[in-house]
Design a protein around this ligand. Sequence first.
Ligand SMILES: [Zn+2]
Length: 465
Amino acid sequence: MKRIVVFLFIIQLSMSSIDLYAIEKAESTWKAGVATVNITPVEPILLAGYASRSEPATGKLTELWAKALFIEDAKGKTAVLITSDLLGIPKAISDRIRDRLKKDYGLAREQIMFNTSHTHTGPVLPNALVDIYDINSVQKRLIAEYSVILEKKIVEVVGIAMKAKTPARIFSQNGVARFQVNRINNKEATLSEQTELRGPNDFAVPVLKVVNASDDKLIAVSFGYSCHTTVLSSNEWSGDYAGFAQIEIEKAYPGVTAMFFQCTGADQNPLPRRTVGLAKQYGKTLSAAVERVLEEEMRELSPQLSTNYSEIELKLSTPPTKADLIKTKSESTGYVVRWASRMLDTIEKGEPLQKSYKAYPVQVWKLGEQAMVSLGGEVVIEYSINVKKLLGPETFVLGYTNDVMAYIPSLRILNDGGYEGETSQMVYGLPSKWDPSIEDTILKEVARLAEGIKIPVRKQNSVNK
Ligand SMILES: [Zn+2]
């Protein structure tokens, strides 16, 4: 009898250790879910990104999409990456969406990375680049109505991605594609005569691969590139080269969801450009770079997620005086007149012109061994280069994320002036260029947030040397 009891005890002991092993194995993986929603406008509304294009959309070349990748680590910590075929996301819309994600799903700002592809064949959104478009009352209504639908769809797609979560393995790696051209240091008009191109550049193609833990089936591929999505400027909706790249990847891997995130392409153009053929060519180039990475060995990421986020104040330089604005207004045409008039109206009302941007978003994620940084605005390539000096060359650096309020020039580009350093501030409705402290302020915040989630940071003084 005693022997039987001991025997049963041993069986029970070994059973429970098997159970424990199974539980531990289940808990030691990522979980991930992905979802997609079509955001192509139904109504003929204005296309975003060019002051010169005054007619609304006439049709579509590709659909426009918003996509969500939800991830959960072994301890239940969660985050969502949202990608979208939009020019940018104004703060008011982004805040409403992110507030809703907090309310409905408990996702805080630090857990949400909301990227826009910067396609110039997407819809105009309310209160974005206000002075460059000549918007009539019909368009105003259509744009407002579209925005309400868009916000609802993006919140819903995150919910669907959360519900779809399944045990997963996640991998990362950088590939390479070289169609970005530094548009400040190379002239588009005479490009074919140039025998060499001038930088700076960052040709990285960051890739995240998500596979089902049970059968290694590909679920999602999220990838980025630093380059303006400005091959096309027609009146047909399209995701530009990034849209074609996603189509190519989804064709090559049936059942997968391909998601594009814009990196730091504010001073990079796809050159030459302006034909559908070229948009497809760059799309195929980018998808080929992603496919190469997927087919080679990638780094598997430990199922540990950390997220950090802040909003910082970025100073603007001294605003123009009333006399400056009157002079500008009388000497200019088009959107510059609208900008100067709006600034003068503000002064007339006795209100001060804006002296800073109060809530510039900076975000750092750590997915296992992979650091991922996101910045708001149209971020120039030197931020990618300098963030990689701080956090390592394999870091993923996204721009155009969470809020797109202006160009974000490096100190060098700010001092050189030009469109990215100075005049684009008018396009975005800001009174003056950024203060020279901009680059240092942002990089210091990236370093501080990275240290906060235990990403090793190299000394700040190594930047810009
Ligand atoms: Zn741009």
